[in-house]
Design a protein around this ligand. Structure first.
Ligand code: CTP
Ligand code: MG
Length: 371
């Protein structure tokens, strides 16, 4: 009976891995969508240059790091290479006016936000059946770098890493797609994260990478921030605004030299992932850091259950702690509230439970996970 159970488990994970893979693949953006988005980026860059001639408009977030599905929003960052430049607030106001006048975008400039941005959306068209939502920010160089870090992690083991990350978004894709049409201004993940106290896509990707680098043994991914550089590098080359942004980014070389000994299938990894975050991760005391592994909240000054009642605010802030890979004093999940964490853990537990029952057909498990 033991062998039979083993064989049936093996069959289940093999079948489920294939299902997951097929499911995610059909939701990847089409070539056409990527081409339209690139055209939009170029058009916007041309327009911005009429205000700031020395500027570049670069893509970051999911469209640039390999973790995007159909219809994911576009995050764009404007870098200005000249010394004299307008303030972000003025730029947002001027760019907002210009885009309103010259394009078909719905435009919403937020010049006085903590990080000034222009929000844009485009109505559906044949090439873009679900329209486009796009945020333009300024000088966010750290975001460009953390995008590159996530992209490198995705490239080391594209099948397993991308399937694990994209699975969650695939599962809520249909709901999101419906939501995106009339609510383009509302569904931006960062504002949503703040409104509902839940986790951004960025935070979720960090949880997946943390699990693959630091929890799985043998690890599925190496720690790119701790690998020795090929040649000595100076501090100026590794630091940006006081943050160490160095990581091993020669992925071609890495693929020749580094091979994971972990042979788990995607389904096995996902089962362990849900189990780990529903049962084993020390939410009360721990900080997930892809740079340094499991850290302690009290060492970082991020206590959540402070014995001192005066820190009511910080208590609500650090329920879930995920260290930003470069801005190490920044908790990416700081907006997750008590209720938000309860929901997130509830989702992980539900998924772990469904997978543990191992239905006869893997596709049934997948359908239940997506409900
Ligand atoms: N970002 C960040 N700090 C955060 C949230 C986001 O630096 N607290 C930056 C990251 O560079 C991230 C990008 O903003 O890649 C976009 O974040 P988000 O929209 O959450 O993630 P996406 O990967 O773009 O996912 P989605 O497809 O859901 O938009
Ligand atoms: Mg995004």
């Amino acid at each position: 009976p033991m062998q039979r159970r083993q064989a049936s488990k093996q069959r289940f994970v093999t079948e489920l891995s294939q299902c997951l893979f097929d499911f995610v693949i059909q939701l990847l953006p089409t070539q056409e969508e990527m081409a339209v988005k690139e055209d939009v980026r170029k058009l916007l860059e041309r327009l911005i240059r009429t205000i700031e001639p020395d500027s570049r408009l670069l893509s970051f977030g999911s469209t640039a790091n390999g973790f995007s599905l159909r219809n994911s929003d576009m995050d764009l960052c404007c870098l200005i290479d000249s010394e004299e430049r307008l303030s972000a607030t003025d730029l947002v106001t001027m760019l907002g006016d210009l885009l309103e006048r010259e394009t078909k975008f719905h435009v919403k400039p937020l010049p006085h936000a903590r990080i000034p941005i222009v929000k844009l959306s485009l109505d559906p068209s044949p090439g873009l059946p679900l329209g486009i939502a796009c945020d333009i920010g300024f000088e966010n160089r750290l975001a460009l770098e953390n995008t590159r870090l996530l992209m490198c992690y995705a490239m080391i083991d594209p099948t397993r890493v991308r399937t694990m990350v994209l699975f969650r978004e695939s599962a809520c894709w249909s709901t999101r797609a419906v939501l995106t049409i009339p609510w383009t201004f509302v569904t931006n993940s960062q504002s949503l994260e703040q409104e509902k106290g839940t986790l951004s896509s960025y935070g979720y990707v960090l949880l997946v990478i943390y699990f693959l680098v630091h929890v799985k043994n043998p690890p599925v991914l190496p720690n790119l921030q701790q690998m020795p550089p090929l040649r000595p590098i100076s501090k100026e080359d590794t630091h940006l605004n006081g943050h160490n942004i160095w990581f091993f980014d020669d992925i071609d070389l890495l693929r020749q030299r580094w091979h994971s000994e972990n042979m788990d299938t995607v389904a096995e990894l996902l089962i362990d992932f849900f189990r780990y975050y529903s049962r084993d991760f020390p939410y009360n005391t721990g900080v997930a850091s892809i740079r340094a592994g499991l850290l302690k909240k009290d060492v970082k000054g991020w206590q959540s259950e402070s014995s001192n009642g005066r820190y009511a605010d910080s208590r609500e802030r650090n329920r879930l702690c995920i260290e930003d890979p470069f801005e190490t004093d920044y908790n990416v999940a700081r907006c997750v509230t008590k209720d938000g964490l309860y929901t997130i853990r509830g989702e992980f537990m539900r998924a772990a439970r469904i997978l543990a029952t191992r239905p006869e057909r893997a596709i049934v498990a997948l359908a239940e996970l997506c409900e």
